[in-house]
Design a protein around this ligand. Structure first.
Ligand code: FAD
Length: 458
């Protein structure tokens, strides 16, 4: 809890209209996309870097914890006040400060909604590729803090690949700039890379320089169903080494196919073990050649069904199936633990088989879909949070899934980060020396451990 005197001081820094302290007002900032709940003492909406610096200086003096927050769509609890404190919500710092068409750069504040930036740059013929499923509500600041990925990562990479530089308020209140506006720059340590994916634990980003690309002229979409999952996986490997890199290469397992088919009545073959949804983008004409080439590759792997969309409506109907995946899951169980593991592409069938075994072992329903082109699988362990027995079995299943991922040479998280939900599993992937050096970095940045404490490290 913070004192009335501190609340008064916070109001004088950011303006009293930009501070929430009543329990009923702060309640909605007690949640994110996890199933956890931690009530903060106050919520602040700063509008300038200098205000944030003053808040951090006060926080060190008093002391109290500060938790940065964008839209609160994080899947691992990063924006929750797990040790109490004040939420610093960047939603009001939402200006696109500059779009430099000649140098293919945007300068933005952290609270810009990702799809707003995409639309703004597309209006002038440019392209910002990172597109997490939460694109319509998540913020660029949250994307940078989590190094968000998404469906286009297979061709275009993740948020990290687009961040050139940052303005950051350090936990101590000092203000720094990292990185450059130019394509190259190697002066000093690469603090930009360190900040990207640091989950709001090393500093608060208040300005972000992003790299842009020219907007692709055209797209082509293809959907393929396979009766044998190994054929789908072999097709993915062949595609990824073919020289034609799709802009998306999405995968669904049999349970997902049945779940979506039931929800939308698509008439898909119920014995299909795998689905691939593939898109290519680029110049007009070139995309026709590329999609034909990919269809030819797929034909060699005995698909049950291949559809290449010919019209915008057909494209939309193919994507509708993928977009319906999340909502359709709710027909299975009311809750889910959604992990975003990554395995080498060639290990996808082994991972799917392991998940099948884990399902049987713990008698829980698990559905897997994801970004096959980069091996990033969203493994959804379905449960009813009100059923303690099922919840315990689901957690055992997650534990086994993580062990399997590491055994296959993968990583626990491709895009959602560690936060609080994965911190207990950190040692599955990192040894003690690797954890210790990261803790020392945290202490250097934040000697009083007041910025987003209780995250990443168990
Ligand atoms: C339906 C749905 C689909 C999703 N799909 C994807 C997907 O495809 N790919 C993917 O990668 N993620 C996905 N996510 C997860 C989530 O949307 C991303 O992690 C997103 O980047 C979080 O952005 P946010 O603005 O909501 O951040 P928040 O949840 O508010 O915060 C996330 C973290 O960032 C920190 N933070 C926020 N702003 C700042 C800042 N300015 N400075 C420093 N730290 C900051 C917070 O402290 C916290 O640790 C999905 C989530 C949902 C609910």
């Amino acid at each position: 809890m913070i004192s009335d005197q501190v609340k008064k001081r916070l109001k004088s820094i950011v303006g009293k209209e930009n501070v929430l302290t009543r329990q009923e007002d702060v309640l909605m900032y007690a949640y994110d996309a996890t199933n956890r709940h931690y009530q903060p003492s106050a919520v602040l909406f700063p509008s300038h870097t200098d205000q944030i610096s003053e808040v951090m200086q006060l926080a060190n003096r008093v002391p109290f914890n500060v938790i940065p927050r964008g839209a609160g769509s994080g899947m691992t609890g990063g924006a929750l006040a797990v040790k109490g404190g004040v939420i610093l919500c960047l939603a009001k710092m939402s200006r696109i400060l500059e779009v430099d068409r000649q140098n293919l750069i945007a300068l933005v504040e952290p609270g810009v909604i990702t799809s707003d930036l995409q639309a703004a740059v597309e209006d002038v013929g440019l392209f910002y590729p990172p597109d997490p499923g939460s694109v319509k509500f998540s913020t660029i600041g949250g994307n940078v803090a989590e190094c968000a990925g998404g469906m286009r990562a297979v061709k275009y990479g993740v948020t990290r690949d687009y961040v050139r530089g940052l303005r950051v308020v350090l936990p101590t209140g000092e203000i720094i700039r990292t990185g450059v506006r130019t394509a190259k720059g190697v002066v000093g340590y690469d603090l930009t890379r360190l900040m990207v994916g640091s989950e709001g634990t090393l500093g608060i980003m208040t300005e972000i320089i992003l790299k842009l690309l020219p907007k692709p002229e055209a797209k082509k979409t293809l959907l393929a169903l396979f009766s044998v999952i190994d054929d789908a996986a072999a097709a993915v490997s062949k595609i990824m080494t073919s020289g034609v890199t799709p802009s998306t290469l999405e995968f669904m397992d049999q349970a997902c196919i049945r779940c979506v088919d039931q929800a939308l009545g698509l008439g898909w073959p119920t014995d299909a073990e795998a689905l691939l949804l593939i898109e290519v983008d680029g110049r007009l004409g070139q995309v026709d050649v590329e999609i034909k080439e990919l269809a030819g590759i797929i034909a060699a792997f005995s698909p049950q069904q291949v559809t290449v969309a010919q019209t915008a409506e057909e494209v939309d109907s193919l994507w509708r199936a993928r977009r319906s995946m999340g909502p359709a899951l709710a027909n299975i169980r009311p809750g889910k633990i959604n992990e975003d593991v990554v395995v080498p592409i060639s290990a996808i069938p082994d991972m799917i088989r392991a998940v099948e075994a884990i399902k049987t072992r713990y008698q829980v329903n698990i559905l897997t879909f994801g970004h096959a082109g980069d091996g990033n699988l969203h493994v959804n362990v379905m449960l009813d949070w009100n059923d303690p027995d099922e919840t315990a079995r689901a957690h055992y299943a997650v534990d086994d899934i993580f062990k399997q991922v590491i055994a296959l040479g993968g990583t626990l998280s491709g895009e959602h980060g560690v936060g609080i939900t994965k911190s207990v599993y950190l040692s599955y992937e990192l040894n003690q020396a690797e954890i210790d050096i990261q803790k020392r970095i945290k202490r250097t940045f934040d000697p009083n451990n007041i910025l987003n404490p209780g995250k990443i490290f168990p």
